[in-house]
Design a protein around this ligand. Sequence first.
Ligand SMILES: *Cc1c(COP(=O)(O)O)cnc(C)c1O
Length: 574
Amino acid sequence: MTTIEATTETASWWQRRHGGERDLRVAYFCMEFGVDEVLPIYSGGLGVLAGDHLKAAGELGVPLVGVGLLYRGGYFRQGLDTDGRQTAEYQPVDPEAAGLVREPAEVEVALGGEAVRARVWRKDVGSVPLYLLEADWLTDALYGGDREHRIRQELLLGVGGVRALAALGVEASVFHMNEGHSAFLAIERVRALVGAGWDTDAALEHVRATTVFTTHTPVPAGNEVFAADLVERYVGPLAAEAGLARERLLELGRVDGEEGFGLTPLALRLCAYANGVSELHGRVARETWACLWPGRPAEETPIGHVTNGIHPATWLAPPLAALVRQAGVDPHAAPDEARWERVLALDGEALWRAHESCRARVAEVAGLDPGRLTIGFARRFATYKRAGLAFSQLERLLALPVQVVVAGKAHPADEPGKDVMQAVVRLARDPAHAGRIVFLENYDLGLARALIPGCDVWLNTPRRPLEASGTSGMKAALNGVLNLSVLDGWWAEGHAPEIGWAIDGRTDDEDAEQLYRLLAEEVVPAFFDDRPRWVEMMKASIARTGARYSMHRALAEYAERYLPAHAAGSGGRG
Ligand SMILES: *Cc1c(COP(=O)(O)O)cnc(C)c1O
């Protein structure tokens, strides 16, 4: 655990810690950014995490810029039809309302023989600029279109993003690829160095030494693979300019001699530091990608982990933030375990009243009972997240004095995900379950901020080990909402009996059995019969999460990678 002193002085944490590294600058690339609900260019946890990364970097003074795409149609607004089926409507982003500023720079990227020009916008996230590229039809929507559309978007992000920084005069010394979608940036950087007179091998080594890569999920959607002919057509000319002939290019994305070009293998081969997003996910990633290092034992695969964190000031509900501040903890400052422990001394009555005001707000929005034990479940409807598990034995759930709030979008092309959602929506619409199960439409940042702190229990039931992190559980825990979750992602390392409950079955049936048993035998009795203990658990949850699962802590760990990457690059330059 990295320890960080609290910042009360004016000098930023970075200046005091690493002020000597004057020309270090990190360019943080991501396909999606969830900064604000008026800028809907994110689909879920990955984007929200990227937004939190920028916000926390600003507060700590880490010299960093973000690079992404501006999807003019955004991500879709979710509706439900009369059958309970998800409908999707794309709403144009209003640049002015979203606080976007047009930069004077334009960039050009050749895509399959066609020159595409992109505009560059800037969104200020606190003191951190986020540069967003836009090219009409190409950046119509996030995660829409076919494979060809996707590779074009990802080339625009990687290649166009590097060119945009150059056009803007932003000299980045470290490049952070947040998920493989942006990995083409490495090829463009090699090409630029070769154009400046470097030989290809030296350029590859320089790019590798100055690149940090974070892999976010073991599921295929986050580990994209393109057909070799598509890569040849779209990336071949760029790679040729970088001195990478066809076979050498294809080798960079190859796994085990298979057909296809993977962006995660490409990123892993062209970075000096790779990490998963929780301890367990790091281990899973090492096993998955051990094949790229034949002859090495899997546990020596060069992938570590930085457990994700959340931006406290974004996620702490205002009534709780007021109490936490009164206790002497500044949510904007670098975390300090001893300081967050002051939360343990909070007046229990005051904390409970603050929490009840959050629950009352959700109850009003959802049409629920403001006094009933409220269980929340909200996230993308990807099938591995098993949104149906809690409803698999409905009579057992309804026999308990609880109400359940569900929200989340399915990717419009994910039919199985939409099937699960439809089944849950139908349960919620059944008059027999009125006031017991509610589905809230159009889950986004704003709804998440209102919903999560207003629940008493936060439920997460992924199929282990597919939930790499599960940051919504951290958002809940920071607000004293007790987690009841499968021991996957962050909860596998974050769980303790003082702050919540763990599910660790080996099958769907075992997990469901444990879930119902824990609810009936532990959660419900603790809530109704031992309120003082419940409030102590809330305090412990807030104190622990504020210190350990803050994005400030995660950034301090990333700094341990940014610094040597920067040093390696400065030493080898010229
Ligand atoms: C935090 C967040 C997520 C991620 O939720 P998980 O349970 O970690 O998958 C998704 N969508 C929104 C809007 C969020 O705020």
